[in-house]
Design a protein around this ligand. Structure first.
Ligand SMILES: N[C@@H](CCC(=O)N[C@@H](CS)C(=O)NCC(=O)O)C(=O)O
Length: 213
């Protein structure tokens, strides 16, 4: 049985959401963050050597990393649904946005988080130079979503499942004003209307209002 280990308010919301979109059977095990440190509790850390969410277990397999888990579930349980293959015209778009999320956008968000935690002055030259990458990323996403409804093109795909966390829940840790980005905001509303997303958030983080605004 596929088991999704979900750490509250974390990137493992992606995996719960994927399972709900695919409508596959899975067991959901929830863990709350440590009340003091806000990190994963010891029981979660014991699951995998990295001790970070998401983690799935499947028989004897223990697998971490959002992208690896999503590809694994789509291939093994989803008959390839929500992925885009090499024969499709938007294959490269799918790959780009699927990987852009964790390879560029999340590091930019982490930098914002570090900036908040360190309380650096607004005119800190080095930090501002580094954070310019995040601003470029938001500009590029806004342009993309002014052209198409979903990151990989006209259809909803796993690239959207990768991309949503840094646009939503990550802002609980590293706030970002979305008012300059009307197409990103419209996209978030579109995603919020999906029943799979609504079910996932209700099951995974019942106490949290999804950050779609
Ligand atoms: N690249 C990893 C990042 C995982 C990650 O940073 N997870 C965070 C939650 S968003 C975590 O587990 N934090 C709790 C901790 O470090 O104890 C992935 O996408 O799976």
């Amino acid at each position: 049985m596929l088991t999704v280990h979900h750490l509250g308010i974390s990137q493992s919301e992606r995996i719960v959401w994927l399972c709900e979109e695919l409508e596959i059977p899975y067991e959901l095990v929830r863990y709350d963050r440590d009340k003091v440190t806000r990190m994963a509790p010891a029981a979660y850390k014991a699951l995998h050597p990295m001790g970070i969410a998401p983690v799935i277990t499947d028989g004897g397999l223990v697998l971490a990393e959002s992208g690896a888990i999503i590809e694994f579930i789509i291939a093994k349980y989803g008959q390839g649904r929500l992925a885009v293959g090499p024969t499709r015209p938007n294959f490269a778009d799918y790959l780009f946005w699927f990987h852009f999320s964790n390879a560029t956008l999340m590091p930019a968000g982490m930098l914002d988080l570090v900036n908040v935690m360190l309380g650096l002055p607004a005119d800190h030259a080095m930090m501002n130079a580094l954070r310019a990458r995040g601003d470029l990323a938001f500009k590029m996403m806004e342009e993309r979503l002014s052209e198409v409804d979903y990151f990989a093109g006209i259809e909803f795909t796993a690239a959207d499942i990768m991309m949503l966390f840094p646009l939503t829940t990550m802002r609980a840790f590293a706030p970002r004003d979305l008012s300059p980005y009307p197409h990103i905001r419209a996209y978030l509303q579109r995603i919020g209307e999906r029943q799979g997303y609504q079910r996932a958030m209700a099951k995974g983080d019942p106490g949290m209002t999804p950050m779609l605004g």
